[in-house]
Design a protein around this ligand. Sequence first.
Ligand code: IMP
Ligand code: MG
Length: 179
Amino acid sequence: METVQELRLVFSRAQIEQRIDELAKLINQEYKGQEVLAIGILRGAVYFFTALTSRLTDVKLRIDFMQVSSYGSGTESSGHLNIVSNIKEDPKGAHVLIIEDVVDSGLTISALREHFAALGPASVKVAALLDKKERRTHEVTVDYTGFELDKGFVVGYGLDYAQYYRNLPEIFEVIFAQH
Ligand code: IMP
Ligand code: MG
């Protein structure tokens, strides 16, 4: 584990909440009165997930959670999805909304999209708090993006470094010590 020298504020609580309000408005419009299954990807998405889904008041919503890990080579169209813990609800016929913390290489989301597409949902869409484009190896569509980031490793609001910092109420860039 590298030494953390400093945490630099990137997105404040006010910015995060305002952006989630905007996303919720769009999602409420899109799915008004429809049956949606929101699937939170553990553990990073939990803070974003609760903030977002608690604002989806115009939707007939079920919530569920899934923990996954994905692996694959950069040349594959999508990686292999390792399901650590699965959803309990049946996604068949539902509008599936995958809620993720960060899209980085795109591997996880591309594998998840492929996984759910095979389960007979009405549709599959993705909401991600952060879209980091720098290391993208798998082209994926993110339907609802909180913020885009050019570079950097960030923590807080659910995001971790070696499992720490998830509980910080804002999003910070990690500055690592030089050695
Ligand atoms: P990928 O898109 O499959 O490469 O994986 C994205 C996952 O990597 C996210 O769900 C996060 O768990 C993790 N991740 C990527 N970038 C960051 C970051 O800046 N901070 C914390 N976790 C990150
Ligand atoms: Mg994650």
